[in-house]
Design a binder for this molecule. Structure first.
Ligand code: AR6
Length: 169
């Protein structure tokens, strides 16, 4: 399994699965969540609403999967990162769970490629260096048999620089 890094827009990625940094309502929002729903069209939201009606939404650290609508990927995994609250509210474990549970769902779908955004580092204000360390740590430990590529897609320059540095070590 190869870990790759890209600075760009996750909605443009041609991979099996892209991951969305959603919220517990699954009803969309700003940031990457807004971009994915805008580019993917209403089918994604309709599937999210069905999951919400069935399961009451998605808890922090958990992940659910829908099709990808008009996006070039096959599926979207919606995971809910923790909002940063000073670091004493289990935020680090919850963020690790987002990556772990997304990778488990990807394995269930026998996906060969997946793209992650920098979950929680935007509106939820998780410190970027700590978030990147967690994300890379979980992906490196991952035992998936199907995945050939895990791509980190950074939207902002700062995250891209941090990932570049951490992945070069
Ligand atoms: N492609 C890749 N990354 C992106 C894109 C994009 N098109 N747009 C933004 N990012 P955020 P969070 C990056 O705020 O912190 C939403 O309202 C962005 O630069 O999207 O987990 C949800 O509904 C940042 O590095 O998600 C929740 O309410 C990263 O995506 C809440 O925001 C995550 O930033 C979740 O907050």
């Amino acid at each position: 399994m190869e870990i790759t890094l890209l600075k760009g827009d996750i909605t443009l990625q041609q991979v099996d699965i892209i991951v969305n940094a959603a919220n517990t309502s699954l009803l969309g929002g700003g940031g990457v969540d807004g971009a994915i729903h805008r580019a993917g069209g209403s089918n994604i939201l309709e599937e999210c609403i069905k999951i919400r009606n069935r399961e009451g939404g998605c808890a922090v650290g958990e992940a659910v999967i829908t099709s990808a609508g008009k996006l070039p990927s096959k599926y979207v995994i919606h995971t809910v990162g923790p909002a940063w609250n000073g670091g004493n509210s289990n935020e680090k474990n919850k963020l690790a769970q987002c990556y772990e549970n997304s990778l488990l769902l990807a394995e269930e779908k026998q996906a060969t490629s997946i793209c992650f955004p920098n979950i929680s580092t935007g509106i939820y204000r998780f410190p970027k260096h700590a978030a990147a360390t967690i994300a890379i740590g979980v992906v490196k430990k991952n035992q998936s048999k199907s995945l050939e590529e895990v791509r980190f897609v950074c939207f902002d320059e700062e995250n891209h620089r941090i990932y570049k540095e951490l992945l070069q070590r």
